[in-house]
Each structure stands twice: as C-alpha cells, then as structure tokens.
Design a protein around this ligand. Structure first.
Ligand SMILES: [Zn+2]
Length: 319
C-alpha cells in the first residue's frame, strides 16, 4: 500500500453542511468575508469524517501546513478546539437572530439547492456555472476541473475567462491578449471596468472606476444602480484591499502610526499588538500620545491607558 494518503473528494452535501455550520467563516481568525476552504484536521485528505473537517481561510490554512516540531503553529488538537468553539458561537448567534425553524429551513434550502443546481448545470453542460457552484461550496477539485472544461469550450468569452481565473486566484494564467481585448471593450463602461480591475488585482484602479461609475449614475438620476454598485464596492472586500495597500505603503515608509491605523481598520488585532510591542521603546521616547495610548492597550496597562486618554483630551480640547 502506498504511503501517500489518497485524496477523496468531500461529498457535496457534507461540504454544504460543514460550511453552513461554520457560517462560511474561518474558525480560527473568524474574519468575515474571507475566502475559505475545507480543511482535514488530521491532514489525511481521505478522512472525510465530519469530525475531521473544519473551515479555514487560506492564511490560517497555511499555518497548519508549517510542519515539524515546535514550528507547527496549529496542530490537530488546536484545530479541533477552534472548530468546536466556533460552531458553538455560530449556533448561539443564530439562536439569537432567528428561530430554530428558520434555521432548519435555511439549511434544507441550502442542501436542496446544492444538489439540484448541480444537476441542472450538468445537464446543460454549463461548466462555468458548475465551477461557480463548486466554488461556493468550496469543493476545490471539482471547481478547478470545471474551470478547465469551461475554458476548452468554444463559446466561453473573455469576460467569463477572466472571471473564472480570478475566482481560482490565478489571474496570472490569463493570456495577455484576453486582458487587452477586455480593457478595450470596457473602456467606456466604468462599472464593468471596475470589476475587471478587481479581478486582475488592480484595487486602486477598481475603486476609482467604481466611484466614477457611481457619480455617473447619480448624475443621471439612476439611484438604484448607484446604491447597488456602492454596496458591491463595499461588500466585495475592495475596501479591505485598499487598507492592505495603505499598510504596505506605511511599512515601506517605516511609519508606525499609519501601520497601526491600517491594522486597526483591518481588524488584525494580534498583528497590531505585535507591531506596537516590537516598537515599544521607540514609541515611549516619541511624543506621540496616540501611539503611546495604543501601546498601553497592547501592554494591557489600563492605568497608563486612562492617563494617556485624559492627557489627549486635555491637549486637544482647547479652542
Ligand atoms: Zn483564518
């Protein structure tokens, strides 16, 4: 028998249920809206026992792959603890926000749709829809298989081509002539162009194009479209990408204050704490009360925090 463990695809219904129980959210960092995947806690891709499956984002998944000795940040026991704890929180949150009846309806609708939609798309040989479908339930093997099939189909247009590669996180595989044709086609359509920029990882350009398009729609009285695209701009993670760019920029400038502000806005609290503690002596020597206040938070020093807060209030309240 081969020593390499064989990967067995996770049955669709089980995948849907695992994702539902975790609210499609990484059970370790729990940051909403991040793309997630289903992880085998014991690292055996053939063990699809529900107790062995958890939902992780790509960043946290990487932590589980650092193998060997003490470097391994997230082992199987921890993985199970995080998972069970998160399931409990999701359960309690749902109990507060909806009745049990509504929840079981949601789950049944999810399961029903997951199985029946796949059948419809397969009958129609609509491979790009199947790819989207398997992406939604995070069956990566089947998603990639149907992306390959869709890209072989004659009638797959440039827009779909780019969309599928972006979904896969592989914009680097898109041929340059496909990108060039799409840029030309959408030159006069800022909102479509915004999506193209986003798919290609051009986040600043994407935000600028969205804003141009929204201003345009408002000026012609199309309030619905303006609201729709503003919502898309906000909900699809573009704002977070801009904060990440701002963070990169602040790191290059070695500007600790703006690094800390970007980390705050991203909600990356452990990274923020790490940054402040690393520069503790530098911050103490500076006369930046705002940074010192943040440092007091990082050091869990409530006395210093309150004193600094009062000092800031005194200094900036005159006038
Ligand atoms: Zn995570």
């Amino acid at each position: 028998m081969a020593s390499k463990k064989k990967r067995i695809p996770i049955p669709t219904e089980l995948a849907a249920e695992v994702l539902f129980r975790s609210d499609r959210t990484c059970c370790v960092c729990r940051k909403p809206g991040k793309p997630v995947q289903i992880h085998h806690i014991d690292d055996n891709p053939g063990n699809n026992d529900p107790r062995n499956l958890s939902v992780l984002c790509f960043d946290c998944h990487r932590e589980t792959q650092i193998s060997g000795g003490f470097d391994r940040k997230l082992d199987a026991d921890q993985g199970t603890l995080y998972r069970n704890d998160w399931h409990q929180i999701v359960l309690e949150t749902r109990a507060k926000s909806a009745t049990a009846k509504e929840e079981s309806l949601d789950l049944r609708v999810d399961l029903e749709l997951v199985t029946s939609l796949a059948e419809i798309y397969r009958d129609e040989e609509s491979y790009w829809r199947l790819a989207m479908h398997y992406d939604a339930i995070q069956n990566i093997e089947l998603r990639d298989k149907y992306i390959d099939l869709a890209l072989q189909q004659q009638d797959t247009d440039d827009e779909t081509h780019i969309f599928l590669r972006a979904m896969q996180g592989r914009a680097d595989l898109i041929p340059l002539d496909v990108i060039k044709r799409e840029r030309e086609r959408l030159a006069d359509n800022p909102l479509q162009l915004a999506r193209l920029h986003k798919h290609l990882g051009e986040y600043g350009e994407a935000a600028a194009a969205y804003v141009r398009g929204v201003v345009d729609r408002l000026s012609t009285g199309n309030t619905f479209a303006a609201a729709f695209y503003l919502k898309e701009l906000y909900k699809d993670g573009l704002v977070e990408e801009l904060f990440k760019l701002a963070l990169k920029d602040a790191i290059q400038r070695k500007d600790i204050y703006w690094q800390s502000r970007a980390l705050e806005e991203l909600g990356w609290r452990s990274e923020l704490r790490e940054l402040l503690l690393k520069h503790a002596s530098e911050i103490r020597e500076s006369d930046d009360l705002f940074l010192q206040e943040k440092l007091a938070w990082a050091e869990d020093d409530s006395r210093a925090y309150v004193d600094l807060h009062k000092e800031i209030a005194r200094r900036y309240s005159d006038g």
